[in-house]
Design a protein around this ligand. Structure first.
Ligand code: ZN
Length: 266
């Protein structure tokens, strides 16, 4: 994300010289549909800025940015030069300055644009309100793209980690049961019926433990893939695995289509 002035300024802007007539400046603004003209001297050093509002305030006739001045009005303003009506030594910005600095200067000074100059004061570009709006739109869209999928992934990871914790506890519990049973068997001789019941319980616990540890391995694998940014990538086709599928089967490494194909082969 480019957030320096140069990423959004207009380079090589149309400019004018202080000795030119204000009328010429007006025609340039109309031709290029712009409201500001940087005023440069020799070597393109910035001397001032001329805005359409400056012209409107200074010229003794109503002006429009859409319609050139009528012929009968032109002679009345022909003698006025740019230097007479421009703003001298305007506030400027460097092309490598952060965009927010430019925005702050424009807001505080109520400027419609900022001329961009190099270290020697030569005109580099111009940054207008429209350019700032463009920058804002770009930043907001980038933020939107970044934040939209994030909560989904985070929620999923949190759910998986919670289940992981739960499974670890469960497995520990099964282990304890198994240890207790072994210990009890050693201490108290059981009758045959009790032994049978114990064996059955033991078998069930074993099955549950096996299921839990299989699920735990799947979740660990899914978490590992998620942390490497591969959670949503199908291992076979490189396509996307839907979050819903991952939630239902956290160990999923294949997209729905590939897993159907794999099952069909089996
Ligand atoms: Zn696939």
């Amino acid at each position: 994300m480019q957030t320096e002035v140069k990423g959004f300024m207009t380079g090589q802007p149309v400019s004018i010289e202080a000795e030119s007539s204000a009328l010429e400046a007006l025609d340039l603004m109309i031709d290029h549909a712009i409201r500001h003209l940087p005023v440069v001297g020799p070597d393109r050093r910035l001397r001032g800025i001329l805005s359409f509002d400056d012209l409107r305030a200074a010229l003794p006739t109503p002006l429009s940015l859409r319609i050139p001045l009528a012929v009968e009005e032109r002679w009345r303003v022909a003698d006025i030069t740019v230097g007479e009506v421009m703003t001298y030594a305007p506030v400027t910005i460097r092309h490598d300055a952060p965009l927010q600095e430019a925005a702050t200067r424009m807001i505080e000074g109520r400027f419609g644009c900022l001329p961009v100059v190099d270290e020697d004061g030569r005109l580099d570009g111009i940054l207008s309100e429209t350019d700032l709006l463009h920058a804002l739109a770009t930043v907001l869209w980038a933020e939107h793209e970044r934040s939209a999928p994030a909560p989904q992934t985070e929620t999923l990871l949190r759910d998986l980690e919670r289940e992981q914790d739960h499974l670890v506890q469960q497995l520990t519990h099964y282990e304890h049961l198994e240890q207790e049973r072994t210990a009890t068997r050693r201490e108290i001789p059981l009758d045959l019926a009790e032994q049978g019941q114990g064996a059955e319980e033991g078998y069930l616990t074993e099955q549950l433990a096996e299921l839990a540890s299989r699920r735990l391995r799947a979740i660990e694998h899914a978490l590992e893939r998620a942390r490497e940014g591969r959670r949503e990538t199908c291992e076979r086709c490189g396509g996307r695995i839907s979050p819903r599928r991952i939630r239902a089967l956290p160990g999923s490494t294949l997209c729905i289509r590939c897993s159907r194909e794999a099952e069909a082969v089996r």
